[in-house]
Ligand binder design. Structure first.
Ligand code: FES
Length: 218
């Protein structure tokens, strides 16, 4: 081997070393990039932690889906449910004048309450069942109090106790619609409480910001 061949071999060795170092550095950058990206993905825990975020919901008078009438304390019938959309124009809720005062109830008797009518199990629409009555799908069942009963798989929500789940597979209560009654007796929806409406945001999150996403406000 002459001296020029010896120099070429040294040069090749240097190139290989440089290329190897570049590949390692690129891989390290790629891993770093993924790590940085993963930090921007919100986890359910983080979403719940942000539940103190101020959220402004539309304030709209409750409107009966069936009759188209605007709700007032005077046109509600005790133990008859009224369905209305809120906060998006395709999301049903159920409002009932229970005839007995309940926590968070509004109106002169503190007995008007409303919850999301989208079941937290798989999204069916539970119906109202008055105390001592039965849902159409389960005549053998007798409600212990005012309840929402989901006939798809039997989830039961206690309307007198913040929609606590008292039966069936639903993992969370349905969210409550925040109601307000003006001096003329008109009933308005002004917001929602957590957990978020079914399929809005991470399951079970209390960040109600998610309730306003994915559709058109009423
Ligand atoms: S969707 Fe309501 S119980 Fe399954």
């Amino acid at each position: 081997m002459d001296s020029s061949e010896g120099k070429r071999t040294d040069l090749d060795k240097d190139r290989r070393t440089f290329l190897k170092a570049t590949v390692v550095a690129s891989a390290a950058l790629a891993v770093g990039g993924i790590a940085a990206l993963s930090k921007t993905i919100t986890t359910p825990g983080e979403a719940q932690a942000s539940s103190t975020t101020a959220v402004t919901f539309p304030r709209v008078q409750v409107k009966d889906i069936t009759s188209g009438l605007l709700a007032t304390v005077n046109n509600l019938v005790t133990n008859a449910s009224l369905n209305f959309y809120y906060p998006l124009d395709n999301e049903a809720n159920i409002m009932v004048k229970l005839g007995v005062a309940v926590p968070n109830g509004v109106g002169p008797d503190g007995d008007i309450i409303a919850y999301s009518d989208i079941c937290q199990h798989l999204g069916c629409n539970p119906g109202f069942v008055a105390a001592g009555k039965s849902p159409p799908c389960n005549p053998a069942y007798s409600a212990k109090g005012p309840e929402m009963y989901c006939c798809c798989h039997g989830s039961i929500y206690d309307m007198a106790d913040n929609a606590k789940v008292i039966g069936g597979p639903a993992p969370y209560p349905v969210p409550r619609v925040i109601l307000e009654v003006d001096s003329s007796g008109n009933i308005f929806a002004t917001g929602m409480t957590g957990p978020t409406i079914y399929q809005h945001g991470p399951a079970g999150s209390d960040d109600v910001t998610y309730d306003l996403q994915g559709g058109t406000p009423v």
